[in-house]
Design a protein around this ligand. Structure first.
Ligand code: UD1
Length: 365
């Protein structure tokens, strides 16, 4: 009989990555899938399961929303109960969310080793929740799966206790696997534009942006002054912030607000847009892989290779009113050019297999 490996996830991008990890890890292990329920809306959760054919989780922790302390605490307590009952050999966590931290802590407190997928990412804002989460999880992990050379080198410089392996990024595996199924953006339900009309695809969801009314309204209004219409797929947090800041009824006419999209429709929009404007790490990489220029509305990005290779340009939220329109114009001018950038900074789509090999190597050691 195989040993058990728990795979813990809970947010939309983690469900997407779990789609390939579950399958790959199941080649050598009984995989116990645990969805924390951090994301629970249909579009953020069930829709991704449906589109990517992810089997329903064996355990659903139903933690829901809350401030960081409440949410992380609930994940920690509920994950601990499951781990005590099921005693997996190791726990696999992904990325830097409260689900990542809660499940990793629950594991090490029970002396269960942690495998961290997407290890070694760093930003400069040491107080940002995701930054805190990833640093802590890297310190307590036994196997650290780095998506890039920079991440691998950084972890070695930090002298982390666990074993560092460069595996590439699982998000690329998912993209490679599903690309042939991606529909045209214009086929998205309720598409607001003529089928051939050029557009900018935008997503904004980070608390650092949505909670700062000055920056957030600056960015939203700047979207209305671009040379192209904007399709803004709004995360629940973004819609709530638009309402709270009184922006929902005053959206610029060229900004078309839509509900969160499924993985496949979202990729279609990234691929077909003239430029993407985002604060999401996932969307930055998808644009980079699909050859669509990106503008990231943040002061920094953990995915620094996308900037270094010329695919991505940063605009600080405080500067959006002045800088967003000219930056998007420059980036849009590059769309469709044949002299694209090197697309392999995060591997070529075999990360899940490398992660399985890394776990097996650790187990046989
Ligand atoms: C989380 C991650 C972030 C990641 C993002 C991916 C943390 C600290 N942050 O941010 O790194 O980029 O997921 O999407 O874990 N909400 C709903 N329905 C849902 C989920 C959320 O309405 O299904 C609303 C709630 O009001 C909630 C807010 O969105 O308070 C924020 O959700 P939360 O899970 O706390 O963090 P995200 O912003 O999604």
């Amino acid at each position: 009989m195989n040993e058990t490996l728990a795979l813990c996830y809970g947010t939309r991008p983690q469900i997407i990555k779990a789609s390939v990890l579950l399958e790959e890890l199941a080649r050598g292990w009984d995989v116990l899938s645990v969805d924390t329920g951090q994301h629970y809306d249909y579009e953020l959760n069930a829709l991704q399961y449906e589109q990517l054919g992810v089997r329903p989780p064996q355990v659903y922790l139903e933690v829901g929303s809350g401030d960081h302390a409440t949410q992380t605490g609930a994940i920690l307590a509920r994950a601990a109960e499951v781990l005590v009952q099921r005693r997996p050999t190791a726990v696999v966590v992904i990325g830097d969310t409260n689900s990542t931290l809660g499940c990793a802590l629950a594991a090490v407190q029970r002396r269960i080793p942690v495998i961290h997928v997407e290890a070694g990412m760093r930003g400069a804002d040491a107080m940002m929740a995701e930054e805190v989460n990833r640093r802590i999880v890297d310190v307590i992990s036994t196997v650290l799966c780095a998506p890039s050379e920079v991440a691998e080198r950084r972890l070695n410089l930090e002298h982390v206790a666990g074993t560092v392996v460069r595996t590439g990024d699982v998000a690329r595996d998912v993209l490679v696997r599903n690309l042939s199924r991606v529909p045209r953006a214009a086929d998205t339900a309720d598409w607001p534009l003529a089928p051939a009309a050029p557009f900018v695809f935008a997503t904004l969801h980070r608390a650092e942006l949505t909670d700062n009314v000055g920056h957030f309204s600056g960015v939203v209004n700047a979207l209305g002054r671009l040379d192209f219409p904007v399709v803004l797929a709004a995360h629940p947090r973004t819609r709530i912030a638009l309402e709270r800041h009184g922006l929902l009824d005053r959206l610029p006419p060229s900004v078309h607000l839509r509900r969160p999209l499924g993985y496949l429709q979202s990729l279609g929009c990234v691929r077909d847009a003239v430029t993407v404007v985002t604060d999401s790490g996932g969307v930055q990489r998808e644009a980079y892989w699909l050859g669509t220029p990106c503008v990231t509305v943040r002061k920094e990005t953990e995915w620094e290779e996308t900037v270094r290779l010329g695919a991505n340009v940063l605009v600080a939220p405080a500067r959006a009113a002045e800088d967003l329109a000219p930056t998007v114009r420059r980036q849009a001018g590059r769309a469709g050019r044949p002299d694209g950038w090197d697309r392999d900074a995060y591997g070529t789509g075999e990360a899940a297999a490398r992660i399985r090999e890394a776990v097996e190597a650790w187990r046989t050691r």
